[in-house]
Design a protein around this ligand. Structure first.
Ligand code: FES
Ligand code: MG
Length: 568
């Protein structure tokens, strides 16, 4: 087989001469790289991303694996999407990292790649770009951080922060307690150790067949993580030799198995958007209906916060994702191929569960149905989602008067106003948190419960928005309402006091006003000004699709192939 990188390095022409001369400049002898598969290691390490702080070192273990298998490793630092620090939200930049990933793989002498990420959007971004580039690819998940600790209690990075924030506002913990909690929440490198977006998406990557078996559950600081990284480097080299590409792995069956996995994990609502976007890059049609259909079949088995009680470290010791997948075995597509070159079924051979309290058996699930419902109705013609397993069951069917906020600033300004007319039966509505209006569809969706209701003991209310919600959040939050308010979706037309109905069982989200009234309000509605005037923001704003379509840029998900660059 002829390597793609040979276009750069082989032949008698001046370009090949120059490319090899520069390898000498890099300090390499011809025998060290010529004729070897070049493996790009795309690394999202950054000093501002604590979830990836170990990836600089971990890339060395990947390199070690690449050398050991007879390849030539090349590390590329790529953009980091740090969930904590990047504003307004890293979701604005997911597609940017996907473009960077695709174009680096296309424009350089690369035969295969190892993708290193894990903090929320980094996983879909890297995988979307790699799927579009179409080379052999192995994903190395950053791995979850260790359990948090405070006074002998386990702490969960996101979930407990929200929980104690409510307690602090309710006055039940002191500021001294609060400072101690700050130091105990996140104790090691690695991604959030709840079943947030990071753990959900890295598990989805494994279920798709894009990681080595078991990779996504290994804690970031475990030496098994070092060995997994090296083995991933070795495997990328072998994939090049075998001609096994990411396109061979990403089939419709693989996506269905990934959805089942996400549902059985009680995973993050963000994964619905990301998986639809990823499938779009594989030209595989996937819709919210697929999620809803599977959600009615798949029980939630992982007792990991926020749906359950444990954390990712416990999940790993209980058998990890392979253990969970062994429970689902009968409903999975076991014949499809993975990056190992074996079938998915072969990858699962020998997998076991060691703690059935953490990974429940099928006949004793956390919830008999998947935690997801896709809602429709005159308030969400193109769909909305709720992770009802993380909500108070008393609110699964609820009608109440809307208390409407337009944009996050309006919400912040008025939510705790003593004069706000709101009761525990109200439905809090945020319009203007969507892909265009947010902009970037920020994680505003766990709308705050007004302080005065918190003090009355209220801990959950029905909340509706076109925004997303952190995977570590919880509550009766209806999210991803499409079309969004900013482009004139019905959410823009809801007014204070309108009755809003949520019915999870019937899959309905409705505002109790007539079609005529809705049409009258729409006629009076005016398009808001664009959120960006230039630069990447304008590109984003002009091309972003709605949540039910995955929020990809339409020019990235459309079919077609770009030519290889002329390297010789
Ligand atoms: Fe990075 Fe949660 S902040 S995974
Ligand atoms: Mg998150």
């Amino acid at each position: 087989m002829r390597l793609r990188s040979a276009e750069w390095f082989e032949g008698e022409g001046l370009r090949a001469f120059s490319h090899n001369a520069r390898m000498r400049q890099l300090g390499l002898n011809p025998a060290e790289h010529l004729g070897k598969p070049v493996i790009a290691i795309l690394n999202t390490w950054s000093g501002i991303n604590p979830c990836h702080m170990h990836l600089r070192e971990r890339a060395q273990q990947v390199e070690r694996g690449v050398w050991a298998a007879g390849g030539y490793p090349l590390e590329f630092p790529v953009s980091t999407l740090s969930e904590t620090y990047q504003k307004p939200t890293p979701m604005l930049y997911r597609n940017m990292l996907s473009m960077e990933t695709e174009e680096i793989l296309r424009s350089y002498p690369v035969d295969g790649c190892v993708l290193m990420g894990g903090c929320d959007k980094t996983t879909p971004a890297l995988l979307m770009g790699a799927a579009s580039a179409g080379l052999p690819a192995v994903f190395v998940p950053a791995g979850p951080m260790l359990r948090g600790h405070w006074r002998g209690e386990k702490l969960a990075s996101g979930t407990d922060m929200w929980r104690f924030w409510d307690e602090k506002r309710a006055g039940t913990i002191s500021s001294g307690d609060w400072a101690e909690i700050q130091s105990g929440l996140a104790r090691s490198p690695g991604t959030c150790m709840t079943m947030g977006t990071a753990s959900t998406m890295t598990a989805a990557a494994e279920a798709l067949g894009l990681t080595l078996p078991g990779a996504s559950s290994i804690p970031a600081v475990d030496s098994a993580h070092h060995r997994m990284a090296a083995a991933s480097g070795m495997r990328a080299v072998e994939m090049v030799r075998e001609g096994l590409t990411i396109g061979d792995v990403l089939s419709a069956e693989a996506y269905e198995d990934a959805i089942r996995t996400v549902l059985a994990l009680g995973g993050s609502t963000n994964s619905y958007i990301h998986l639809i976007a990823m499938a779009g890059r594989s030209q595989i049609p996937l819709s919210l209906n697929d999620f809803d259909r599977l959600s009615r079949e798949v029980p939630v088995l992982a007792s990991v916060q926020p749906a359950g009680t444990h954390l990712m470290e416990d999940f790993y010791y209980a058998g990890g994702l392979r253990g969970l997948l062994s429970r689902l075995r009968d409903s999975l597509h076991l014949q499809r191929i993975t990056v190992t070159g074996r079938t998915f079924g072969e990858d699962l051979d020998g997998a076991e569960v060691y703690d059935s309290d953490v990974i429940r058996p099928l006949d004793d699930p956390i919830s008999p149905e998947g935690g997801l419902a896709v809602l429709r109705g005159n308030l969400a013609p193109d769909g909305a989602v709720i992770k009802y397993v993380a909500a108070d069951p008393a609110l699964w069917r609820h009608t109440g008067p809307a208390v409407v906020f337009h944009g996050y600033q309006d919400l912040q300004a008025r939510i705790n106003s003593p004069s706000l007319e709101v009761t525990r039966d109200s439905v809090i509505v945020l319009a203007g948190g969507g892909p265009k209006g947010g902009p970037g569809m920020p994680e505003y969706g766990m709308l705050p419960i007004p302080d005065k209701l918190l003090r009355e003991g209220v801990r959950d209310m029905v909340r509706v928005s076109d925004a997303r919600m952190s995977g570590t959040s919880y509550g009766a939050c209806v999210l991803h309402v499409a079309p969004e308010a900013h482009i004139g979706g019905p959410l823009a037309l809801v007014r204070d006091g309108d009755l809003v109905t949520l019915d999870v069982e019937a899959r309905v989200l409705r505002v109790e006003i007539s079609d005529e009234e809705m049409a009258r309000r729409r006629d009076a509605w005016t398009t808001p000004p664009p959120k960006f005037e230039r630069g990447y923001g304008a590109l984003y704003y002009e091309h972003i699709t709605q949540a039910d379509k995955g929020c990809d840029f339409e020019f990235l998900s459309r079919p077609g192939r770009n030519p290889e660059p002329n390297a010789h």
